[in-house]
Write a protein that binds this ligand. Sequence first.
Ligand code: FAD
Ligand code: NAD
Ligand code: ISD
Length: 426
Amino acid sequence: MGRSFVYVILGGGVAAGYAALEFANKGVAHGELCIISDEPVAPYERPALSKGFLLPEAPARLPAFHTCVGVNEERLTPKWYKEHGIELILDTRVTSADVRRKTLVTAAGETISYKFLIIATGARAFKLEEFGVSGSDAENVCHLRDLADATRLVDLMQASTGGNAVVIGGGYIGMEVAASLVINKINVTMVFPEPHCIPRLFTPKIASFYEEFYKSKGVNFVKGTVLSSFVINPEGKVIGVNLKDGSYLPADLVVVGIGIRRNTSLFEGQLTLEKGGIKVNSMLQTSNSSVYAVGDVASFPVKAFGEIRRLEHVDAARKSARHAVSAIMEPDTTPEFDYLPFFYSRAFLFSWQFYGENLGEAVYFGDFSGTSFGAYWVHNGHLVGSFLEGGSKEEYEALAKATRLRPAIDDMSDLERQGLRFVVTL
Ligand code: FAD
Ligand code: NAD
Ligand code: ISD
């Protein structure tokens, strides 16, 4: 015996929250929709966990950052779901799925059936064990993916004031958490294998701007190496780390941010996968017509690039989720998903936005010794990507609009001379 719904959202993260709002806007009937999540709380804005949640003063706490406050829309509290007749099945892990029979089975053994399924299972943090290093389950080693991780990190930071933290990984988590650790008066050393931070997006010149600022705040960068082992005391606490380059770093706290793996395992062998995610078409529909996939777990066609991409950013999760709901509820009038990739980050007083793709040659503009600067990427004679630190709302909007147009660039030095004026006047 089990429950049956017309629509089931599997996963209770960012995409689930935005999908729920879209279902409500489109008039889903009471009792037709449920969200199944192994987290104990209603969907929330995950980006808060590495920013406001970690502040020592007036930190962000639920219910303040439930979706969909990230785009200044309604805040979907548990009461909102109740009022809209949307069932939140929390603290519940789905352990198997059968897309042919349209059923999911939970860890408690309940079978939940659906007419339409939206997979929004996101991703999990990689563990060092997957790279052959053991010890990351020690009490003072943290990953950062969910509320439980962030709560643990706050406790550890409070116990480590004035002490030493080692941050493993120089990506988004590494840079945002390092800033939060500094703000919490903890000495930080960052360790990563690449020559500079945020290597998937930044050029050396952009990375250098942020690294120099972090250094001025006391952050120590150890690049070109990785951790080889944890040094653990008899009480089971990490007291330091050994690096592959032979050096040793003392540690009261270790934060590991070494990338993610998508939560696709329930559907492997049942749905087509591509680029590590569940492959969907431009309606966010998988290889099974009753099943849609959105957010981090989906590999979807980016029209402007003419290829399937997987993105790991909140804007893609929000927009793909809303689009999938529209495709399910209004299939005849929903256009193809035509998404311009958009990433952003905030750390210390910095705030940047990026649109498009970082392909081809970078052209820089603005004042790299001041507070506002940026870059365009030009590929095959067209502007395909743009980055801006410290922009105004209007400037970011102009950047997005221009990048979507992929304007032809005949003269790179003219583009450099015009800088931000190029997109503002386009
Ligand atoms: P998630 O939000 O991860 O949600 C997946 C949900 O599915 C989770 O609730 C999970 O517990 C649940 N789930 C998974 N498997 C099962 C199962 N078998 N049964 C039941 N439930 C299951 N992006 C930006 O663009 N800017 C940022 O500043 C930014 N900051 C971030 C900060 C942090 C700390 C993190 C971790 C990510 C950040 N991101 C940011 C990335 C962004 O949060 C993700 O892209 C987004 O959360 C993806 O949404 P999603 O719904 O696909 O997955
Ligand atoms: P990431 O992919 O951004 O960065 C991973 C980093 O770890 C890279 O520098 C990589 O080289 C390094 N690394 C890999 N293996 C390593 C090893 N064995 N030892 C040391 N370093 C190693 O991933 P992340 O920073 O862990 O972020 C996790 C997810 O959260 C990503 O999907 C990311 O997009 C998302 N996120 C996004 C934002 C944002 O967009 N502002 C903020 C936080 C998190
Ligand atoms: O999801 C992402 C991300 O964080 C990037 O930097 O996609 C991009 C690509 O890796 C680069 O365009």
